[in-house]
Design a binder for this molecule. Structure first.
Ligand code: ZN
Length: 203
């Protein structure tokens, strides 16, 4: 399986990192080894001094597809969870300046803690899901799926022009504003609506 991540999908987040508002979805990938399953700890890596949390809704692909039309995209996922797109911001800044790929800053082992998934039938409106995260009990990020620049259907349609989506693939849909650093000893919690979905302790 693969993890596809969308960058700069919320206007306020793009602005907080001084990035332009994209005209087409910005995407990159993480490998399977990035996944930390529900509530297991994240071990701070030695290659970065500035790991950031980014809290994102995650859609699970349930059907194989290529060149998926936007109007049919809603039949290609079956569940939604929440995850942290952990990012070595210091490395990413360096690579951005040099025009190099982001993978070392984004795709490292453990960079994708992910919750369990909620079947889409349990959501009344996919385009209006609220989510949030707390660091050490303090709310740091709140988001709404309606605030995405490119919604999940557009993302599926766009990305599937390039790569075949397969059952079990995951799509991280971008972070709202409020990203920030983590340190050893921190506790991150992610919520969909009021429901606590994911706890990640930093070790
Ligand atoms: Zn992200």
């Amino acid at each position: 399986m693969k993890i596809i991540c969308i960058g700069r999908n919320y206007v306020l987040h793009a602005q907080e990192l001084n990035n332009p508002i994209p005209e087409i979805p910005v995407w990159f990938m993480k490998p399977e080894t990035a996944i930390i399953t529900k509530d297991r700890p994240f071990f701070y890596p030695e290659f970065s001094q500035d790991i950031h949390f980014e809290t994102e809704l995650v859609f699970r692909i349930s059907k194989v597809g290529k060149y998926i039309e936007e109007r049919f995209a809603d039949t290609y996922y079956d569940a939604i969870g929440i995850g942290f797109d952990l990012t070595a911001r210091d490395l990413q800044q360096e690579f951005k300046v040099k025009g190099l790929p982001w993978e070392p800053a984004k795709a490292f082992d453990g960079s994708a803690p992910i919750s369990d998934f909620i079947p889409i039938e349990e959501f009344s409106d996919i385009q209006n899901i609220t989510f949030s995260m707390k660091k050490n009990g303090v709310v740091m990020q709140t988001g709404k799926s309606s605030e995405m620049l490119f919604n999940i259907h557009r993302i599926i349609s766009y990305v599937s022009q390039f790569v075949t989506l397969k059952i079990g693939d995951l799509i991280f849909t971008g972070t709202p504003a409020g990203v920030g650093s983590i340190e050893v000893g921190d506790k991150l919690e992610a919520f969909i609506g009021e429901r606590l979905m994911l706890t990640t302790e930093i070790k």
